[in-house]
Design a protein around this ligand. Structure first.
Ligand SMILES: C[S@@+](CC[C@H](N)C(=O)[O-])C[C@H]1O[C@@H](n2cnc3c(N)ncnc32)[C@H](O)[C@@H]1O
Length: 284
């Protein structure tokens, strides 16, 4: 069963964290009006030609990637996120940029219960899996949203990466949905990552942000993620691991590869997985 009480804790934490993140990003509507695009080559290529298709973006936060997909890939986009602040900003950004997309504030598990099989593609990326309290229900929910032969596209940070602390020391379990509660809540990773933020002119914004609300994350292994989708009736057509990480630099000594991409420091093994991607199709 999804743990709705924990999701509410995370909603409060994301509301505050999102304000801190946006405080660094300047005029995002102007960025989009000028043709800005927050997508990385990996998700662009995984999504492929989706012009004219209906796409559901799960855990879309403030919708920057949703709007980029609508504008640059030509899909009709629906974004869903639990955070009130994220959805408020997403709607405002859509209005101010003139890019059409619809945004719903909801726990994805509630959204799944109401949704029907109208989407050609369901998409989720960068920091989504760790907030899911029930992976089997997530897989079933995605299957229920897809049209027959529809696709799910996922690109996320690797669970092996999430086992490590800022000094590259092992700190968490790998799998099993093991829960990690942290008093410090959703942090200001935009300020931490600096130039990795999608809007390049990073503003000082809120300094020394301290989230008043705690957060709760879950550790799911890659096989558990794939199994949840397979059990829900999807068929894997792609699975890949990457030894670099897009737009996120939690360890200060990560190597900057350019293009908002970061890799392992030279003193450590180079083939360590930092992201993974997966595509699965509904067999109906
Ligand atoms: C790291 S962000 C994802 C950012 C996203 N990749 C993007 O396009 O900007 C994680 C998001 O998951 C959302 N979230 C966490 N738990 C959720 C839930 N149960 N239902 C819906 N959204 C949730 C948070 O509010 C947050 O916006």
């Amino acid at each position: 069963m999804p743990n709705k009480a924990i999701h509410e804790v995370n909603r409060r934490s994301w509301n505050e964290g999102t304000k801190a993140h946006n405080s660094h990003k300047g005029d995002q509507a102007a960025f989009f009006r000028a043709g800005g695009n927050t997508l990385f080559p990996e998700e662009r290529s995984l999504l492929g030609n989706i012009a004219g298709e209906a796409l559901l973006h799960l855990q879309c936060n403030c919708g920057q990637d949703s709007l980029s997909i609508a504008r640059h890939l030509g899909a009709t986009v629906t974004g869903v996120d639990i955070s009130d602040e994220a959805i408020r900003v997403a709607r405002q950004l859509s209005r101010d940029s003139g890019i059409q997309a619809s945004f719903h504030r909801a726990d994805i598990y509630d959204f799944f219960a109401e949704a029907s099989a109208v989407y050609d593609t369901v998409f989720s990326s960068y920091g989504a899996l760790c907030w899911l309290s029930d992976l089997a229900a997530w897989g079933r929910g995605i299957a229920g949203c897809l049209k027959p032969a529809g696709r799910f596209v996922l690109l996320d940070f690797h669970p092996a990466f999430a086992m490590l602390d800022e000094e590259w020391r092992l700190r968490h379990d790998y799998m099993g949905g093991v829960r990690h509660e942290f008093e410090s809540g959703v942090g200001d990773y935009v300020a931490l990552t600096g130039a990795a933020a999608e809007i390049e002119s990073l503003l000082p914004g809120i300094r020394d942000f301290k989230n008043p609300h705690p957060g709760v994350e879950f550790q799911w292994g890659v096989a558990e993620v794939a199994t949840a989708l397979i059990d829900a009736g999807l068929q894997l057509s792609h699975l890949a691991e990457y030894n670099y990480c897009n737009g996120f630099k939690p360890m200060s000594d990560m190597v900057d590869l350019g293009g908002r991409r970061y890799a392992m420091p030279a003193r450590l093994p180079q083939s360590f997985p930092l992201m993974f991607s997966l595509v699965a199709e509904l067999k109906r």
